[in-house]
Design a protein around this ligand. Structure first.
Ligand code: FES
Length: 131
């Protein structure tokens, strides 16, 4: 069995929502100190709904695939729903990741959370109220 699912390979080779957003409503970054990979998520939010999302990931293929999938999963959702995105959900949507690559999907969860937190701070909202 190949190490990586077809979905991982597809999102790695053709990442969705790659790039940044100028004047984003929320920007979040997450990194892993062990591998040194960094993921950044940009959100455009209109009336509590994520109308656009982009990512920049300086990291491994699994981190790129995880960011790409995570952006697809939160686009069009409310910021409250985006906070519910777990690394498990991202991994499942990718049809799995090898055990030693699970932390790559954790970066996606953490970067989304950080972006929503930043959105709240910039817009005078209480992050904890959204949870
Ligand atoms: Fe660390 Fe993938 S190896 S994020």
């Amino acid at each position: 069995m190949p190490l990586y699912s077809e979905k991982v390979m597809d999102h790695f080779r053709n990442p969705r929502n790659l790039g940044s957003i100028e004047n984003a409503d929320g920007v979040g970054e997450a990194g892993n100190a062990v591998c040194g990979d960094i993921m950044k998520i940009y959100l455009k939010v209109d009336d509590g709904i994520i109308t656009d999302v982009k990512f920049e990931t300086f990291g491994c293929g699994s981190a790129i695939a995880s960011s790409s999938m995570a952006t697809e999963m939160i686009k069009g959702k409310s910021v409250k729903d985006a906070l519910k995105l777990s690394n498990k959900a991202v991994t499942e949507a990718l049809d799995g990741l090898p055990a030693h690559k699970l932390h790559c999907s954790v970066l996606a969860e953490e970067a989304v959370q950080a972006a929503v937190r930043d959105y709240c701070e910039k817009h005078g909202l209480n992050f904890e109220d959204l949870k």
